[in-house]
Design a protein around this ligand. Structure first.
Ligand SMILES: Nc1ncnc2c1ncn2[C@@H]1O[C@H](COP(=O)(O)OP(=O)(O)OP(=O)(O)O)[C@@H](O)[C@H]1O
Ligand SMILES: O=P(O)(O)OC[C@H]1O[C@H](OP(=O)(O)OP(=O)(O)O)[C@H](O)[C@@H]1O
Ligand SMILES: [Mg+2]
Length: 284
């Protein structure tokens, strides 16, 4: 028995999806143009599918789990459970209008034409706000719609904002924030749930490690207390004496974003020879 996972065949999620499986120690024989592959060392079958088709495959129980953009689940898979947020492919789904048009509130879109590939998301958002608009559903190049007279506004994915900028548009409402998630079929069997748990345990160890750094530094003993107080570690740091008397080596794990906040203070407090290392896996 194997767990069947869907990942995007090609596109923005493909590479990072394969990477996270690899970091979980799952090797996949990945023949070119293959739509299905098996893992050599984990009971897993991989199906390469279109991101947009994945909610239906999950619903039908054709696959047990999937790596998919949360925005796609919100659009067409509200019944599907998210087991894990995966921290990559972060983006927003936003409403945008031409730069030169003034905007005060969502009411300004009343009666307007909105081009989008996310009709359900837009409909729900507008109906919550009590606004009625005409939706024009297109499957790509949405940002061009206002420039060719197809729509007054658009709703699409925004990440860096450069596509909006290039098309002379401005973001006026952020409807939702999204990232890649591990989604679960409502039809998954108990046996396969056990495999899912195994996979989730590995994913959590990988994600935790990606968020953290291993820090080693040398500290004069008289400053040890101050330096330790600056390090928001997992538990308490490991302190080992150095060969040179009066000095110790301090080892700890800290959140990667916190490191730059404390580095100057650590140096001021007397820390020397600071090493910051990647962590491959972190099991609590
Ligand atoms: N510019 C972006 N920055 C970050 N994440 C993005 C961006 N564009 C899309 N995404 C995320 O990646 C997912 C896949 O986007 P991509 O453009 O590769 O595929 P798609 O055309 O939406 O889907 P399909 O696989 O059905 O062709 C989106 O659903 C979204 O979650
Ligand atoms: O804010 P930005 O960083 O510019 O990213 C946003 C753009 O990225 C996505 O398109 P993509 O490049 O995936 O092309 P596609 O429409 O062919 O999917 C999305 O549909 C936006 O157009
Ligand atoms: Mg895209």
């Amino acid at each position: 028995m194997k767990i069947r996972i869907a990942i995007q065949k090609s596109g923005r999620l493909n590479e990072d999806s394969l990477r996270i499986l690899k970091d979980c120690g799952i090797s996949i024989d990945n023949g070119k143009d293959q739509l299905k592959a098996s893992s050599r060392n984990f009971p897993m079958e991989v199906f390469y599918l279109r991101n947009g088709d994945i909610p239906q495959y999950l619903r039908d129980g054709v696959v047990d789990i999937a790596i998919i953009g949360e925005n796609v689940l919100i659009e067409k898979g509200e019944d599907i459970r998210v087991a894990e947020k995966l921290g990559f492919s972060k983006c927003k789904v936003s409403l945008a209008i031409p730069k030169g048009v003034s905007y005060n509130s969502i009411q300004d879109l009343e009666g307007k034409r909105i081009a989008t590939s996310y009709p359900n998301t837009v409909k729900n958002y507008l109906s919550e706000k009590g606004v009625k608009a005409d939706l024009h559903i297109i499957s790509g190049s949405v940002e061009i719609a206002p420039n060719i007279g197809l729509a007054d506004a658009i709703c699409d994915i925004v990440s860096s904002g450069s596509t909006l900028f290039k098309n002379n548009l401005k973001e006026v409402e952020v409807m939702l924030k999204s990232e890649a998630v591990l989604a679960v079929s409502p039809q998954i069997t108990e046996e396969r749930k056990q495999l899912l748990q195994k996979l989730q345990f590995r994913i959590q160890s990988v994600l935790r490690a990606r968020q953290s750094k291993y820090v080693l530094l040398n500290a004069p003993d008289e400053s040890l207390k101050d330096i330790i107080a600056l390090l928001p570690g997992m538990r308490s740091p490991t302190v080992l004496p150095l060969a040179e008397e009066g000095w110790s080596s301090v080892h700890t794990v800290i959140n990667k974003d916190k490191f730059w906040e404390v580095i100057d203070e650590l140096k001021l407090a007397g820390a020397e020879g600071i090493l910051v290392c990647e962590i491959e896996k972190m099991v609590l």
